[in-house]
Write a protein that binds this ligand. Structure first.
Ligand code: FAD
Length: 564
């Protein structure tokens, strides 16, 4: 074992793991935790996180080939798309979480889980430094180190406040289960305060003004949930203040849901206007205090103030401290998130992989790659391609990036016969590369705008697990199961994202959905589609039944307004 000489032997094989302590030469007294006995030949994989990316990786990884340890401050997986429903009690918090130990015990083999936060990645020595998040008053040390052969960084992201003064102190966030539970309690607090005797109408109004900063999918869904909670349940139990309630959504851009199809964005704005939700666009929040929120109008530069009872800040995400520190170490300090190649390897760190919200595939390499394929095909350098050359180009691109095929087909750019016709329908001998660059720019756009969503994170986790599994198989077959036509050397296909569509629940049993192939669907039937998709996507039958039970309970009894 490469590290054996550095270790004082203290092998405790409880729970299949070995705990070894750093010797006196090392200035550290921090325990180094190993997975198996010292003779294990398996590669050690350390996974940071138990969110979408990490769990889908763990579910698909063949753990008979690896020693796997997982570190996360959360000992559960949370189904984040239903967090807005938790804020108003439509769904209970415990219905959307699955203990990570339940997930890993189902695997054939052992995965060790440590409830701890990774504080630092030491890529040069292939170690991570962790601190337990379990109650500090309990006996025992809280700090430990893990050594790895491969590190999977899937720690997600944290809320981005854009350094706006007062946001950390006075705003709520909607990122974790605890955030949703806090919001639920605060909404009830606002109502209980507003009905107390001795308040002026102005004070009651202030307490009942709910402001959402950020008109993206999370902000809009929360506004819709809150509207339903207030007008379906709370106004019946607080009838005296029902006319004083106001919900405002502040958006710096010109429209809410601006990453969705324009029809959905318009539909959402019209529905919110009908429901009495104020949509305030073109404003940037400059600071927040306990009762007041100050904004600047983007068009005129005027300052506007607004009293509030509660503010939910939902304006996007930024990197976590541990990722920022790691990026500094590896020369990516100026980036927003970790850059990886298209096999999800962190650039400049062979054995570290990053997936989900904390990483992004470096698009430049992919663009260069596709341009290279074009250049190689244009043998006489005249900027034109014959049919055969064009077919070769498409084939090469599709072998490397398989999903481009579907994409090109959907844009009618895959069929050579069509492309080689001029505007009058006559056959052409050659086409201009620049003409096809149009298709490339579409492909480019799709790659550039890879969103920070559960869908991307889960697909990346599954992809990486398959690569790790294939890797083992490739040892007995060094040429590998797949080859690139050009090189003939073994390599895995790069990660390619398949967009399966996105939903925006808008309240009042209505939703909007953008589905593959430019399909847009809106209204009540889409809400039922939303129910079925989210029920089917649950990670276990336990959570599926709990969530469906919560939905039925809400239909029959309404939402619970107790402040617990
Ligand atoms: P996460 O799922 O956030 O997981 C990160 C994990 O890392 C967590 O387990 C965390 O505890 C752990 N961690 C954090 N710090 C450390 C550390 N220092 N050391 C070790 N572990 C650490 N996406 C969709 O596709 N559809 C939706 O409808 C949708 N709705 C959403 C609604 C809300 C309210 C929110 C907040 C997000 C929503 N998303 C949705 C986005 C989606 O949740 C994220 O893109 C997704 O969670 C990213 O997955 P991830 O694995 O990168 O990170």
């Amino acid at each position: 074992h490469p590290y054996a000489s550095k270790l004082l032997v203290l092998c405790s094989l409880s729970s299949g793991g070995l705990i070894a302590y750093a010797d006196s030469q090392s200035n550290s007294k921090i325990p180094i935790v190993e997975h198996d006995d010292c003779k294990s030949q398996k590669k050690r994989v350390v996974v940071l996180g138990t969110g979408w990316a990490a769990t889908s990786f763990l579910k698909d990884l063949d753990i008979s080939s690896y020693d796997v340890q997982v570190v996360s401050p959360r000992n559960y997986f949370a189904f984040t798309p239903l967090l807005p429903s938790v804020t108003c009690g439509t769904v209970e918090a415990r219905s959307i979480v699955e203990p990570v130990r339940n997930i890993i015990k189902k695997r054939n083999g052992e995965i060790l889980f440590w409830e701890a936060e990774c504080l630092k990645v030491d890529a040069a020595n292939k170690k991570v430094f962790c601190k337990s998040t379990v109650d500090e008053n309990l006996a025992g040390n809280n700090d430990f180190e893990l050594e790895y052969d491969f590190l999977i960084v899937a720690v997600g992201a944290e809320v981005n406040t854009f350094n706006t003064p007062g946001v950390l102190e006075y705003c709520h966030f909607l990122k974790e289960v605890e955030d949703a539970q806090r919001i639920r309690r605060t909404v009830i607090d606002c109502f209980e305060k507003a009905v107390l005797p001795g308040l002026t109408d102005e004070e009651r109004k202030t307490n009942l003004h709910f402001v959402i900063v950020g008109g993206g999918p999370t902000g809009v869904e929360f506004a819709a949930e809150l509207h339903d909670f207030v007008f379906e349940d709370l106004v019946n139990i607080y009838p005296r203040v029902k006319d004083l309630v106001k919900i405002s959504v502040i958006q710096s851009g010109d429209h809410i849901l601006n990453t969705f199809d324009e029809r959905i964005s318009t539909f959402a704005e019209q529905k919110f206007t009908r429901d009495g939700i104020d949509v305030l666009t073109g404003r940037r929040v400059v600071n927040v205090s306990d009762r007041m929120l100050n904004m600047k109008m983007k068009a005129t530069g005027d300052d506007v103030s607004m009293p509030h009872g509660m503010v939910v800040w939902s304006t996007g995400v930024g990197s976590r401290a541990v990722v920022r520190d790691f990026m500094e170490q590896i020369g990516q300090g100026s980036r927003r998130v970790l850059a990886t190649d298209e096999w999800l390897r962190v650039k400049g760190c062979e054995s570290v992989y990053a997936l989900g919200d904390c990483a992004t595939v470096d698009q430049k390499k992919i663009r260069e790659d596709i341009s290279e394929i074009f250049k190689a095909a244009d043998k006489d350098g005249n900027g034109k391609l014959t049919r055969e050359e064009f077919r070769d180009v498409i084939e090469d691109i599709v072998i490397r990036y398989p999903q481009v095929e579907l994409y090109l087909k959907s844009k009618h750019l895959f069929d050579v016969t069509d492309l080689f016709k001029d505007s009058e329908g006559n056959d052409r001998e050659e086409i201009d590369i620049e003409e096809f660059k149009l298709a490339l720019s579409h492909v480019d756009t799709q790659m550039k705008s890879l969103p920070a969503t559960a869908q991307v994170a889960a697909q990346q986790g599954t992809y990486l697990a398959r690569c790790f599994n294939l890797w083992e198989k490739c040892k007995s077959n060094p040429e590998g199961p797949r080859r690139f036509r050009s090189g003939g050397r073994h390599e895995f296909r790069p990660f390619w994202y398949r967009h399966l569509g996105q939903f925006a629940p808008l309240g009042g049993e209505q939703a909007a959905a953008e589905l593959p192939g430019d399909w847009v669907s809106m209204g009540r039937s889409t809400q039922w589609l939303w129910y079925s998709v989210y029920a089917s996507k649950q990670v276990s039958w336990r959570t599926r039944i709990l969530v469906m039970g919560d939905w039925s309970r809400r239909f029959v009894f309404g939402r619970d307004s107790s402040r617990i």
